[in-house]
Design a protein around this ligand. Structure first.
Ligand SMILES: *[C@@H]1O[C@H](CO)[C@@H](O)[C@H](O)[C@H]1NC(C)=O
Ligand SMILES: *[C@@H]1O[C@H](CO)[C@@H](O)[C@H](O)[C@H]1NC(C)=O
Ligand SMILES: *[C@@H]1O[C@H](CO)[C@@H](O)[C@H](O)[C@H]1NC(C)=O
Ligand SMILES: *[C@@H]1O[C@H](CO)[C@@H](O)[C@H](O)[C@H]1NC(C)=O
Length: 299
């Protein structure tokens, strides 16, 4: 009898341990490159102006959200207002969902605090709406072009075979530098060539990404995109990020990449559905296109 009891308590002990482990595992989501608290934790938080009375708040999640929601308010500890949408969508090969919520009826030239739902952050992000249309006061804009991913998937202190110009040890990245000067500008414009995810094949040919193969392309390309917009969050969660398309947004092929070691020139034909025709760019952003008579994000 006693033996049975002790076996039972051992079994219960293991059951409890397994339950605890499962609970921890269920809470964390790891897509192979990044670990988040849950598949609905906001990543890649960014915003865009929608006139002087509105702001689009966008973020990605690893699973779909039924009703993307943003809490916001005029004081950081009083996010009493909420805005929601049903705009949580993905596209073939994407590893995440793009969520977009428009905050309307805002005051012009006013600072708001906000948090997208689903995160564990307690300190809200903030933004300042644009000045009233017609206000002729000067404004300051940070402009970046041709800015790609920094770190192990992009520009770092090492290079692949045959590549040049790494970051010097201790050197700041452009993203770090801009994020330390947030108070000196109103918004950031990035008119094309975002992330350089389309450099994935070149990086592989140069053996910069040693543990990936061309077969893994769809994942590698998307991971580089995700890494870039994660890095950018220290800026884009606080300053509107206005983008337009460049050639590097077009498809996964970077205008044709040659592997000299095997004498093969790759073309757009290697790009799967989801990595052609500006698909990522069209899904990731909601620029004020309607207001400017544009098509989708081509505004
Ligand atoms: C949110 O979760 C991360 C990862 O588990 C943790 O490092 C961080 O401290 C948490 N933040 C808060 C405010 O709880
Ligand atoms: C690549 O894989 C090898 C073997 O698993 C491992 O030792 C190495 O750290 C990996 N390199 C990178 C950059 O992940
Ligand atoms: C973002 O800011 C935090 C806090 O200052 C810092 O620890 C982190 O390294 C920054 N991220 C990047 C990509 O610069
Ligand atoms: C590319 O996307 C645009 C905008 O949605 C669409 O009008 C066009 O038909 C697409 N072209 C191709 C080749 O899929």
């Amino acid at each position: 009898m006693q033996e049975v009891a002790s076996i039972n308590s051992i079994a219960m002990y293991f059951a409890a341990a397994i339950l605890a482990a499962t609970a921890v595992q269920a809470a964390v989501y790891d897509d192979g490159y990044e670990t988040v608290n849950s598949p609905t934790q906001p990543v890649q938080v960014r915003m865009s102006y929608q006139g002087s009375n509105a702001m689009m708040v966008s973020w990605n999640t690893f699973s779909q959200i039924a009703q993307p929601t943003v809490k916001y308010g005029l004081l950081p500890n009083l996010l009493l207002q909420t805005a929601s949408s049903s705009d949580s969508s993905t596209y073939p090969t994407s590893l995440t969902y793009n969520n977009h919520v428009k905050l309307s009826n805002l005051l012009p030239g006013t600072t708001y605090y906000y948090l997208p739902q689903g995160g564990n952050e307690t300190k809200p992000y903030s933004f300042t709406t644009s000045k009233q249309t017609g206000n002729m006061d000067p404004f300051t804009v940070a402009v970046v072009v041709d800015m790609g991913t920094f770190g192990p998937l992009g520009l770092s202190t090492t290079t692949g075979v045959g590549a040049a110009n790494p970051l010097r040890p201790g050197e700041q990245t452009t993203i770090q530098s801009i994020s330390q000067q947030l108070s000196s500008f109103d918004f950031m414009v990035h008119p094309g060539d975002l992330s350089y995810a389309d450099a994935w094949l070149k990086e592989e040919i140069q053996q910069y990404l040693p543990n990936t193969t061309r077969v893994m392309n769809p994942t590698v390309y998307e991971h580089i995109n995700n890494a870039f917009f994660d890095e950018l969050m220290n800026i884009t969660a606080y300053k509107p990020y206005m983008v337009s398309p460049g050639n590097h947004e077009a498809n996964c092929d970077n205008g044709g990449t040659t592997d000299k070691s095997i004498g093969v020139k790759y073309t757009e034909a290697i790009c799967p559905v989801g990595q052609t025709n500006f698909t990522g760019f069209r899904n990731r952003f909601r620029m004020p296109s309607a207001q400017s008579g544009g098509l989708e994000n081509f505004w």
